[in-house]
Design a protein around this ligand. Sequence first.
Ligand SMILES: Nc1ncnc2c1ncn2[C@@H]1O[C@H](COP(=O)(O)OP(=O)(O)OP(=O)(O)O)[C@@H](O)[C@H]1O
Ligand SMILES: [Mg+2]
Length: 156
Amino acid sequence: MNNYMKLEISALGENESFARSAVAAFALYLNPSLTELSDIKTAVSEAVTNCIVHAYRHGNERDKIVIECQAEKEENSPFGQLHIEITDYGCGIDDLERAISPFYTTLTEEERSGMGFTIMQTFTDKFSVESEKGRGTKVKMVKKIGIDGNKEAVKE
Ligand SMILES: Nc1ncnc2c1ncn2[C@@H]1O[C@H](COP(=O)(O)OP(=O)(O)OP(=O)(O)O)[C@@H](O)[C@H]1O
Ligand SMILES: [Mg+2]
């Protein structure tokens, strides 16, 4: 059965760990391994941090991040998929291809490494970004659950 959640939060640094833990807690529905769970947290953390530090660079408390998750699994199957969409309504990205390339950052003076998008790509199974200048950005990721044979049980 499929399962869905939508979370809308203020774009505050304080909410980054809440967002990653909330998605991880939702992912437990798919019975992930510790590694899969940790990959999900890492990817969500990078996407949410980008909304806070880039999209809403000169932000205020009304700035919102929307996180939608869809968990898909078949009855009696150990395999599932977690679809994650992280949306902001901030400045948008000029050149997506350049933004996604490793080590590219627009915040060099703040010791960012430009690896956020690369990390999201590495830790998930599907990754894409849509962005419109001045309107915002949506990051879509899919994480397959159950392909990591190392199934140490994760308890809440
Ligand atoms: N949600 C967003 N809104 C606007 N611009 C973004 C957004 N996400 C990323 N960018 C742009 O894409 C660039 C690359 O992002 P990426 O996450 O790969 O690196 P970074 O955030 O600069 O550094 P790091 O993630 O390693 O701290 C950013 O420097 C920024 O210019
Ligand atoms: Mg980043």
